[in-house]
Design a binder for this molecule. Sequence first.
Ligand code: FES
Length: 65
Amino acid sequence: MYVCICNAVTDHDIRSATDAGVESFEQLQARTGCGNCCGCCEVEARLLLEQARAENAGAMMPLAA
Ligand code: FES
């Protein structure tokens, strides 16, 4: 789904950005342009960014023995 209409940034783009090491909204802006125009998408983009980061962190947790 499109998160940022102004710059055609999707939820997939945000997930891909976090997979590539993006850790902050400012880094996401620099990489994708998300939020660089009207700013209407910022709240949703920040939420998706945090969810993706949390999922990535969970994926890196070692399994209990
Ligand atoms: S919808 Fe993202 S900057 Fe306008």
